[in-house]
Write a protein that binds this ligand. Structure first.
Ligand code: NAD
Length: 261
């Protein structure tokens, strides 16, 4: 028996990375899963999350075909930004339009359709799962547009949770640490970035980056009825990146230990 048996789910950004892993896991957990992305892919419905009318039409088509939409996972997103005095307005708009306005449009469409649905066995109409980032809850060197967009996604999600909780709609946001996907390759694939990437990986308490399936696993919980009392939550799934800093004081005091033992 799957954790999402009988549910109908929409996953955006599903042609790649976290979205693709989430769609695959949702299907394995028994959900009827509709993948959407601006990029073409096998079994992917082509939708640009910046196009409000297209998002609404695509979501409405899912509800019409399958009877309801129980879950949306909004994983469509792009990297971008830089120190603010170097960021062109066009770059700001590109990043914020996809990451934040796109989340607004998908959430708006989902809420509109979920409100029409009868509550399920646990008295709920739907679950919204947005994907932000740990860069939406703490600053990052050169983050600007990306961090601002993700911070916006975090607080938007909390507001959706407040506005629609009594109508049976839950909304939560996952804040991943650094996850091995094409988006991360784009950021760290530039010349001279190998050491910088290693320093980012070292900053995770677990000493490594994450895998898309580890974010998909968190999304399964937030989509399932097991999380029926969880709403307005920003779930950090970051291998300890935001747990705090390590400055070597334990080693300096001679209290270090061999991590291999
Ligand atoms: N990889 C990481 O380290 C990481 C960390 C924190 C948060 N995130 C977030 O997770 C989400 C998924 O990222 P990923 O790492 O899997 O990246 P990815 O590049 O592998 O996948 C992102 C997908 O979003 C799609 N997309 C982009 N613009 C779109 C649009 N306008 N409409 C519809 N789809 C669009 C892309 O085509 C792509 O398939 C993003 O929101 C990203 O910001 C990623």
């Amino acid at each position: 028996m799957g954790q999402l048996d009988g549910k109908v789910a929409v996953v955006t950004g599903a042609a790649s990375g976290i979205g693709a892993a989430t769609a695959k896991r949702f299907a394995a957990e028994g959900a009827t899963t509709v993948s959407m992305d601006v990029a073409p892919g096998v079994g992917v419905v082509e939708v640009d999350v910046r196009d409000e009318a297209a998002v609404m039409a695509a979501f409405a088509a899912v509800q019409a075909e399958h009877g309801r939409i129980d879950v949306i996972v909004n994983a469509a997103g792009v990297a971008g930004g830089g120190p603010v005095h170097m960021v062109e307005a066009s770059e700001w708009d590109r990043v914020v339009d996809i990451n934040l306005k796109g989340t607004f449009f998908t959430n708006k469409a989902a809420v509109t359709l979920m409100l029409e649905q009868t509550p399920n066995a646990v008295g709920q109409r739907g679950s919204i799962v947005n994907i932000a980032s740990i860069e939406g809850i703490e600053g990052t060197e050169g983050g600007s547009a990306y961090s601002a967009s993700k911070g916006g996604v975090v607080i938007l999600t909390k507001n959706v949770a407040i506005d629609y909780g009594r109508r049976g709609i839950r909304a939560n946001v996952i804040c991943p640490g650094f996850i091995e996907t094409p988006l991360m390759d784009e950021v760290f694939g530039l010349d001279g970035m190998a050491d910088i990437k290693q320093s980012f990986l070292d900053a995770h308490a677990l000493g490594r980056s994450g895998e898309p399936r580890e974010i998909a696993a968190a999304a399964v919980f937030l989509a399932s009825d097991d999380s029926s009392f969880v709403t307005g939550s920003s779930m950090i799934v970051d291998g300890g990146y935001t747990a705090g800093r390590q400055h070597g004081i334990v080693d300096m005091l001679g209290l270090g230990f061999d991590p291999q033992t």
